[in-house]
Design a protein around this ligand. Sequence first.
Ligand code: PMV
Length: 329
Amino acid sequence: MKSTALAHPNLALVKYWGKRDDALILPHQSSLSMTLSPLSVRTTVAFGVGSADEVELNGYVAKGSERDRVLRVLDAVRAEAKDAKLGPARMVSRGDFPAAAGLASSAAGFAALAVAARAAAGLPADPRAASILSRLGSGSACRSVQGGFCEWMRGERPDGTDSYAVQRFDEKHWPELRMVVAIVNRDEKEVKSRDGMKNAVETSPYYSAWVKDAEAEVVRARELIARKDLQALGELCERNAWRMHATSLAADPPLCYLLPKTLELIHSLREQRKKGVPVWFTLDAGPNPCILTDAANEVAAEAVARACGAIEVVRCVPGGDAKLQTEHL
Ligand code: PMV
């Protein structure tokens, strides 16, 4: 009745930005990501304890929408395991990186939660079911159930049963690839991604163009990863990030996640490329750029980030699947 799982965050190379169904978290477009090691989140779930559900995230009792999102996942597990009298759950989750640093900690947390909760309920290990389950907590989490490079297929069905992530390449496919996460600002972002994307969907005149190209963009990225073409993948990543941010810059009210230091780093990477250093950025809904490069250039990438004022830098490699652990929290 008690299980623990560890999952890594993931970073989208082709982004998800906009829901067609807010309740089920169904996206308008497919997306493709890289799972990031060594960053990880561990989550323990025990059913049949206490008198009500308890949710603890990084040492704090979760409240409001954070708690509600966890309960949605636990309720879905209780519904699926209908024979078992599971009862109230106690869930404890801890990340080894700052939650508010823009490092997609919620993706790793919900993937670990889905894998742990299914195991604790006696449900069979099933990456597709775990991906669908984690999606109910945070959309991008569905891409953290498996390692390497995962594609979240938007799906067509209104019930979301065909909207989940599949692994296209495992973490051994391209071990030299690096993602250097540059933290230029640690503040909690003012506009959460779920609000930012809703604003873009509802008010941005660029949104339809963004969606129109998304499926082809995923196919292009998949082909570039298959042939390990770093330059072309880097160019695609930058373009995709700019286009996602462009939808929000053109929304009403306009929304800009970039800070001066973000732009400074983006420009420095361009200068480095002129000198032949292979470094490209991607940027989620926050100010902290992530630099796509290879093992031979990760030290140079970190130096550029620090020179532009990064207060913390984490060099990541392609990470593995979410896994069950023997030690509990
Ligand atoms: O899953 P959410 O609600 O954290 O949204 C993620 C949105 C982006 O990180 C900006 C893009 C992505 O595909 O991960």
